[in-house]
Design a protein around this ligand. Structure first.
Ligand code: GTP
Ligand code: MG
Length: 317
């Protein structure tokens, strides 16, 4: 990429004042312009629709964005890293762990282990690569007030991390409503730009949306907002090769008589934007079952694991 040589001031229609406005909005590279939308650019930089369109097109041209050959994509895939879960069975189902550059959605009923997996990944990503981590930091967006540093301490001790350091490496933000949640995700980009963060967790992705948009008349507005939110997350995952893990609740499908009568919230918007989808449920004797239900390259598969005091494991402690 020529991102380093050329900057946003090289784009048509971008004078010093426009450049300043774009930079203030965090749109400070050609790549950021290239993946932006006309609406965002007109809002943030006060340019007309046609100038915004030209800017985006020019940025894409300069970056040579368009078709890639399969071998180029293969090269990009080699940058994909994996974060281990603590359970060998779970890792195997995930083809080695939770991937960077993708969104993985964990959905399931209350107590199925979604939040615990989030905590475990937040610890494991800090481990060196040989131990299944990426030596990276974490952004944790907590919408339900269920982030617990005490759990981080227990899990960090088990894997042999320095506890103080483990806590310091997780940046937690409490989101108070869906707008706040979306804003926090956009702000997270400032942290991701440092290159120190490899994992971003949104727990829960849908709870605020579900609580705020009640009734049929509000469904399309909710879906539009969720769509925008997922788009932001996908962009962050892709631009910063970050692993994005989101949690989601289920609701019951009243008209299903056979099979599992539950489905994830957010419908096809969340489902289609997630790269990997994992359905979690409670299994026999306190176990949990994780089933990979959607993946671009892995077979549907499931495994059993346990949530112990010291974290996720194949066996009960
Ligand atoms: P909701 O957010 O309510 O939808 O559920 P969730 O899927 O996020 O559930 P969560 O990950 O919070 O799982 C809660 C379960 O984890 C509890 O029911 C316990 O079984 C287990 N758990 C949590 N903390 C501990 C702990 O310290 N020790 C042990 N052994 N298990 C724990
Ligand atoms: Mg939870």
């Amino acid at each position: 990429m020529k991102d380093k040589e050329l900057g946003i001031s090289d784009l048509p229609g971008v004078g010093p004042s426009t450049a300043e406005k774009l930079e203030a909005a965090g749109i400070d590279t050609l790549l950021a312009v290239a993946v932006s939308s006309i609406g965002i650019l007109t809002n943030e930089a006060g340019v007309s629709d046609s100038v915004a369109r030209k800017m985006i097109q020019a940025a894409r041209d300069m970056l040579d964005m368009g078709f890639d050959t399969a071998d180029e994509i293969l090269k990009k895939r080699q940058d994909v890293n994996k974060i281990k879960t603590g359970s060998l069975g779970f890792d195997e189902v995930m083809g080695g762990g939770f991937e960077t550059g993708a969104i993985t959605e964990c959905y399931g009923e209350f107590g199925s282990g979604k939040t615990q997996i989030g905590h475990q990944l937040a610890v494991n990503v800090q481990l060196p690569k040989e131990q299944g981590g990426l030596g990276g930091k974490v952004i944790y967006i907590d919408t339900e007030n269920t982030f617990r540093p005490e759990r981080i301490i227990q899990m960090a001790q088990k894997v042999g991390l320095d506890v103080e350091q483990a806590l310091k490496s997780i940046k937690v933000a409490r989101a108070y409503n869906s707008d706040h949640q979306m804003l926090l995700c956009e702000k997270a980009e400032d942290l991701l730009k440092t290159g120190e963060y490899n994992l971003m967790i949104v727990d829960s992705l849908t709870a605020h949306f579900r609580a705020e948009f009640i009734g049929r008349g509000t469904l399309s507005e909710r879906q539009q907002k969720l769509n925008k939110h997922m788009h932001t997350l996908l962009k962050l995952a892709d631009m910063y090769n970050c692993c994005v893990m989101v949690t989601n609740q289920v609701m019951s499908k009243p008209n299903v008589m056979f099979g599992d009568p539950t489905q994830a919230i957010g419908g096809h918007i969340v489902g289609h934007s997630s790269t990997f989808r994992i359905y979690l449920r409670k299994g026999k004797k306190g176990s949990r079952v994780a089933k990979l239900v959607d993946s671009p390259n892995l077979p549907e598969n499931e495994c059993m694991f346990f949530v112990n005091m010291s974290g996720i494991d194949d066996k009960e402690e």
